[in-house]
Write a protein that binds this ligand. Structure first.
Ligand SMILES: Cc1cc2nc3c(=O)[nH]c(=O)nc-3n(C[C@H](O)[C@H](O)[C@H](O)COP(=O)(O)O)c2cc1C
Ligand SMILES: Nc1ncnc2c1ncn2[C@@H]1O[C@H](COP(=O)(O)OP(=O)(O)OP(=O)(O)O)[C@@H](O)[C@H]1O
Length: 307
């Protein structure tokens, strides 16, 4: 994947079709925009380019805001690549960039000599206070030889699919619905860290403790059917998110019990796919009651994962 940092660095000789957005999650709505960009580029014999941002514009305008993202920068680029994009522009948005008027942004686009098409969704906005919209983009380029394609909004379950809506589902534990809106299960990559070793020594259910990236959306507390990915292989598993009230931990942890697995995995890259919530995390009166419940959780996870 060829990553460039500004629109000025786009090739001057080869025509380009751009798709604009933050694209967090690369959900089904984003996929419609990106597919339309690939298709238009094929028709125009042009290079399709996804134009995105990092960090999230909100955190630039409001540094105290914390946003819980659905993808890391590299995961988003990998998804663009899998769809067929060879080049991505990742703009680091400054306050000045975000504060420019819609008119100035349009002028800067019209200076790209190789620009032959732009694709966005119906709800795309740009410029200070989101004053520019898809309609303005269309009217501005009407007589400038740049084809503007506005993609209809992808909807599901009574509303428009959006990154914000998917983040809410995940925080509320509805990872099944999040996966439906994303078009694939929600996935978190991260390092394995050491827990208190109670899982192995007290309960008989050893767990891999996942430490996700700092800005990552983590499903709400509860027990989930999950799939773990280690060294390119996938394993059915069950994951508890929470503070382990039975033991009164202070910190929230993400602990995965992988079925039929007894390797040491501290240094291996680890990823977890979240399939469906099983139950809330609870305080148990004793360790035996917790263990009995974990046995039930494993049975239910196996049903959900069909293993
Ligand atoms: C499937 C599963 C379900 C769990 N459910 C609960 C729960 O409801 N309440 C709780 O206090 N701890 C629960 N735990 C967490 C255990 O308390 C935890 O695995 C144990 O404290 C080991 O922690 P350690 O890895 O830090 O040693 C669950 C663990 C697993 C694997
Ligand atoms: N449901 C959708 N259907 C079609 N296009 C969409 C949809 N949602 C977003 N888009 C388009 O995808 C591009 C990226 O949008 P953006 O990153 O703002 O996503 P979003 O899901 O709307 O995010 P947020 O929830 O943060 O507003 C834009 O061109 C936008 O118009």
């Amino acid at each position: 994947m060829n990553i460039i940092k500004t629109l000025d660095q786009l090739p001057e000789k080869r025509p380009v079709v751009l798709a604009f957005g933050f694209f967090d999650g690369v959900h089904r709505g984003h996929q419609a925009v990106l597919q339309a960009c690939l298709q238009l580029a094929r028709e125009k014999k042009a290079m399709p380019v996804a134009v995105t941002f990092y960090p999230h514009p909100l955190t630039v305008l409001l540094p105290s805001a914390s946003i819980q993202l659905l993808l890391s920068e590299s995961e988003k680029e990998e998804l663009f690549k899998q769809m067929g994009f060879e080049t991505t522009v990742v703009i680091s948005p400054t306050e000045e960039f975000l504060g420019q008027s819609a008119g100035r942004f349009l002028q800067s686009l019209s200076r790209i000599t190789s620009l032959c098409g732009i694709v966005t969704g119906e709800n795309f906005t740009f410029g200070k206070n989101a004053e520019g919209n898809a309609e303005l983009l269309n009217s501005y380029f009407l007589d400038k030889g740049v084809f503007i394609q506005i993609v209809k909004l992808e909807k599901a379950e009574g509303g428009v699919i959006s990154s914000t809506r998917i983040r809410k589902c995940i925080l509320q534990g509805d990872v099944k619905k999040a996966g439906y809106f994303l078009g694939r299960p929600y996935r978190i990559c991260g390092d394995i860290i050491h827990g208190f070793r109670r899982g192995t020594e007290v309960l008989g259910f050893p767990t891999a403790n996942l430490k996700p990236e700092r800005e990552r959306a983590v499903p709400g507390d509860g027990v989930y059917a999950t799939r773990a990915f280690i060294r390119g292989r996938q394993y059915p598993s069950v994951t508890n998110v929470g503070t382990n009230p039975t033991f009164g931990n202070k910190e929230r942890s993400i602990e995965t019990f992988i079925f039929s697995f007894d390797e040491k995995i501290y240094d291996a890259p680890f990823a977890l796919e979240w399939i469906e919530k099983i139950r809330e995390e609870k305080q148990f009166p004793d360790i035996e009651a917790l263990c009995r419940q974990i046995e039930e959780d494993i049975k239910r996870a196996k049903q959900i994962l069909e293993v």
